[in-house]
Ligand binder design. Structure first.
Ligand code: SF4
Length: 371
């Protein structure tokens, strides 16, 4: 949950999750749709699916593994997570190398290598990081290194004047700390995506991603023209209801949502497409929409209610905490359908992202591999 999300923002999601799924047995037995619903708004849905698969694998074992290698054999667990669990929970002498630790080591050694990505940087510093781990307190050492990077050796404006390791820091002595670590700059591409807003009576037409889809399996989104057998130009003749920009990795996408009417003949043809579903307004809270799409649907409905379209200024993605009361704690594995929290922006200021401005949290360096 802490991947690119502030702790204060993730906490209500975490509390709600732990109330509904208090242990691995409950998570293993929960339907995937309930797990995704609890995750709705946090993005990176593969993490929620992997957690469920991990719970299923763990509950089938007589005991959890105690080594990093043992953990890496389980679904969704990469080198960082395996090292974190094995060192913090089982005292294994292995380093956790996340973006914060990469930054500290690159600066301590004044290493000017240019890395392709965070994984390459973690591999580069892996041996050095392992060599620093003391036998007696690997968990404490790993947490100290991560917190040093998160709170003192920050990506921007590192606190060198008060840093405890300044006497050993080559970058500070050379005054090049602000330039390290170095990553290859990725070019940002831009594209526009047209979406169709089709209403019929009290229902909205949505597309449910195939359950075998890699990223959004089982989640609902507003359909694209091709989902409806139309071309972009046809849908863009409809009234523009909303225009929003968003970024996905190194893509900047402009989303254009146009209202269209379907002819009875086309509607009959679409009814045969099982991926397209007419969802009644009252049922929207029970399905899992991908984060931005829920926000856009809510914005358009708000606009309808106020009777005026808002300006078309792009808005940043905001992650808002869940607004509904927490459900009563359950002791069994069953998970009630929970109304979706509002979704929003991930703030990097206290995350384990490779951009490096991080604070407390236990995830991060595996993030790039599980999207
Ligand atoms: S002296 Fe500055 S650059 Fe070096 S580890 Fe400390 S905060 Fe980071």
């Amino acid at each position: 949950m802490l991947q690119q999300t502030q702790i204060k923002t993730a906490l209500p999601y975490f509390e709600r999750w732990m109330t509904a799924l208090p242990d691995f047995a409950a998570l293993a037995a929960a339907p995937e749709s309930s797990v995704l619903k609890l995750w709705e708004g946090l993005g990176y849905y593969s993490r929620a699916r992997n957690l469920r698969r991990l719970a299923q694998a763990l509950t089938a074992l007589p005991a959890p593994p105690a080594t990093p290698d043992g953990w890496q054999e389980l679904p969704g667990v990469g080198p960082y997570t395996a090292a974190a669990i094995a060192s913090l929970s089982f005292g294994a002498r292995v380093a956790c190398v996340d973006g914060n630790v990469v930054r500290v080591l690159a600066r301590l050694t004044a290493d000017t290598t240019e890395f392709r990505n965070g994984s390459a940087a973690a591999r580069h510093f892996g041996q050095q990081a392992d060599a620093l781990v003391p036998a007696g307190a690997p968990g404490e050492h790993n947490q100290a290194m991560m917190e040093l990077g998160a709170l003192v050796c920050r990506r921007q404006d590192p606190c060198c004047a008060t840093c405890a390791v300044r006497p050993f820091c080559a970058a500070a002595q050379l005054r090049i700390q602000d330039d390290l670590p170095r990553f290859v700059r990725k070019r940002t591409s831009r594209k526009a995506v047209t979406r169709a807003w089709c209403e019929d009576g009290g229902s909205l037409l949505l597309k449910r991603a195939d359950t075998g889809a890699r990223r959004l399996a089982g989640l609902y989104e507003l359909p694209t023209p091709s989902d409806l057998g139309l071309d972009d130009a046809t849908v863009r003749t409809g009234r523009l209801l909303l225009q929003r920009k968003r970024g996905i990795t190194n893509q900047q996408i402009t989303e254009l949502i146009h209202a269209i009417r379907l002819t009875p003949a086309r509607r009959r043809r679409l009814d045969a497409n099982t991926a397209l579903r007419w969802i009644p307004w009252a049922g929207l809270a029970d399905i899992t929409l991908s984060g931005p799409h829920r926000r856009w649907v809510e914005e358009i409905r708000d606009d309808r209610q106020t009777g005026a379209l808002r300006d078309q200024e792009p808005r940043g993605r905001r992650v808002k905490p869940p607004t509904e009361p927490l459900p009563a704690r359950k002791t069994g594995p069953a998970v009630a359908a929970v109304k979706a929290p509002s979704s929003g922006r991930r703030d990097q200021s206290t995350s384990r992202s490779w951009s490096g401005r991080g604070s407390s949290g236990a995830t991060g360096a595996d993030s790039h591999r599980s999207q």
